[in-house]
Ligand binder design. Sequence first.
Ligand code: PAF
Length: 283
Amino acid sequence: MIVVTTTDKLHETLSLFRREGRSIGFVPTMGALHAGHVSLVKQCVADNDVSVVSIFVNPTQFNDKNDLIHYPRTLDADLNLLEPVGVTVVFAPGVEEVYPQEDIRKFDFGMLDKVMEGKHRPGHFNGVAQVVSRLFDLVKPIRAYFGEKDFQQVAIIRAMVRQLNLPVEIVAMPIVREADGLALSSRNARLTSQQRKLAVKISEALTKSRNFAGRSSVQDTIKQVVDEINSNDGLQVEYFEIVDGNSLQSISEWQNTEYAVGCITVFCGEIRLIDNITYFAKQ
Ligand code: PAF
C-alpha cells in the first residue's frame, strides 16, 4: 500500500497505473474508518485493478466549526485497517494540497439540497460537491463508492456527476450496522456508553415503523417514529421525513411515490446521528 500526501506524488503514482491501462476505483473518506468504510473499500478492490482511498477531513463541508474541531482523526489506525484489505494507494493530503486556492464554486442542486441535511446544515452539500469534484479531478477514477447511510449525499453526488458530465460511475453500498442495529458512523466513537445504549433506539424505531407503514398514513408513521425516539431522555429528533428516494421531496401519501424512504437525524446528547430506511422501492 502506497501512502501519498501530495497531489504531485498522487499524480506521479496514478499516471504509472493509467499508462499500464489499469482501472482505478476510488473511495473518498474523512478517516476514522469503520466496517462501513471497509465494505466500500472491499467492493472497490473487487471491482477495480487499482483502489485509491482518500483520507481528508474537508473543512468546507462543516457548517459547525465545533464539529470540525471534534471530528475524530485516527490516521495510523485507518492505515492499519486499509492495508489488509488490498488498497493500492492512500491519499492523505493537507488542506493546502486539496485547496491551493479558496474554492468559491457554488453548485445549484435545485430542490435536492434544500431539504433534510441541506436545510439543517446550510452550505454542507456545496462543500461536499467541492471536495468530491476536486478529488475526482485528482484521482480520475472510473468508479467511486459511497455509503447509503448518507442517503442525500449519494443523490447530490449523482447530480454533481451529471452536471459536470464526469465519466465516473457512482456505486452506492448498503448501510452497515452493529449487531444491535445501530448504523455505523465515525461519530459513534464519540458516544458515551450510556449514549451508545440509547442510540440503538433510532434503528429500532425505524425497523418497527416498517410494520405499520403500510397500514398507517405517512403522517401517523412519522408521528409514531418521532414520539417513540423522543420518549427517551437524551434523544431528540431533529427531523424525520418520508421522501421520494429520487427527488428527496416529502410525500404526503404513500401512493405519491414508487420509492419511499424515511430519513432521520437525531441528537444523542450533542452527537448528531443519521439513519434511513427504505419502505418500498417498486421496480
Ligand atoms: O461521506 C463522507 O465521509 C464525506 O462527506 C466525503 C464524501 C468523504 C466528502 O468529504
